[in-house]
Design a protein around this ligand. Structure first.
Ligand code: ZN
Ligand code: ZN
Length: 112
């Protein structure tokens, strides 16, 4: 019985396998390993979000050639990214307006 209670409050650190007192319910690492783990996770994040080598891309807005390690980066600058966002917004508006024109002309546009 006593052992069971003890088990609830002590857990083994996932990294160094040392017994430690549990302070919060989802704790997995001891105080020594927790910061190391945080560094590891940060590295993993970088590995997942950055590619190893710079890749050369062409910005679809200004046609600038730029290098990036971020696989999702599409535009050379935030300026171009904002421009693209604006373009997308305008394109949506145009589509809506075209639909409205067709509706006014009595064209059957079906149910959206
Ligand atoms: Zn540890
Ligand atoms: Zn650009």
């Amino acid at each position: 019985m006593y052992k069971e209670i003890l088990h609830q409050f002590t857990i083994k650190c996932v990294i160094c396998k040392k017994d430690m007192k549990r302070k919060h319910s989802n704790q997995k690492y001891c105080e020594e390993c927790a910061p190391k783990r945080a560094v590891q996770l940060k590295r993993k994040w970088k590995r997942d979000h950055y590619i190893k080598q710079y890749s050369t891309r062409v910005c679809p807005i200004c046609a600038n050639i730029f290098n990036t390690r971020l696989p999702r980066k599409m535009y050379c600058s935030t300026e171009c990214q904002i421009k693209q966002q604006r373009i997308t917004r305008y394109e949506k508006q145009i589509m809506r307006l075209q639909l409205e024109i067709r509706r006014l002309r009595g064209e059957n546009i079906g149910s959206m």
